[in-house]
Write a protein that binds this ligand. Sequence first.
Ligand SMILES: C[S@@+](CC[C@H](N)C(=O)[O-])C[C@H]1O[C@@H](n2cnc3c(N)ncnc32)[C@H](O)[C@@H]1O
Length: 213
Amino acid sequence: MGDRTTVVRLRQHVNPLSRRFQQEVAVPDWSRIYAIASQPLHLDIGSARGTFLLQMAALHPEQNFLGLEIRYPLVVAANERRDRHGLLNLHYLWGNANAHLGRLLQGVPLQTVSIQFPDPWFKRRHHKRRVVTPDLVATLAQHLCPGGRVILQSDVLEVAVAMVQQFRAHPAFAASPPDWLPQSPWPVTTEREQYVLAQGLPVYRWQGVLLRP
Ligand SMILES: C[S@@+](CC[C@H](N)C(=O)[O-])C[C@H]1O[C@@H](n2cnc3c(N)ncnc32)[C@H](O)[C@@H]1O
């Protein structure tokens, strides 16, 4: 989707465990956010500049899209860009997936979740900063609709395997199909995915389905 993107300077990684990312967030009034708040929701965790959701929202007016992003300046710029495109089924929200998700998802018709190319936090002592944790998986199991899907993508095998293990360890999720997806389930690519594919590097993709809440 070609348009000018606001240049935003910011830190490459932030620590989601730091105290300033634990403060409470206000839950939006979704009926004021989306034109049709009852539409099925796709949540993208770590939406960054939001290009993936911008394109998805334009292609699927019958769904609502929510990007959750911990770096505030990216959220502001993404919503400005959304407004320039006049999309009424798309919103970007500042928040920490590891602190705010349960509260934000109360009563929301959550159908699909994507977690794509999350920060890898390679050092062992930093693994606890990775976004996919047992708590996050349990929160998604609690709030996804039956049959709801989670799509994981990473170019780092170790990170992809660790994410998949967390979802496999939860009895409510089943892998569908059992192995890595041969290709992306989406008609558009994320920004990180474009970079990885341009380098000729592999992408590890997995889909989980919620069997029961
Ligand atoms: C490597 S980027 C990938 C961005 C995008 N998904 C893509 O594929 O191009 C990971 C994003 O997740 C965000 N992030 C990291 N931890 C988060 C958390 N706990 N809650 C929400 N966003 C988070 C980062 O700020 C960053 O924008």
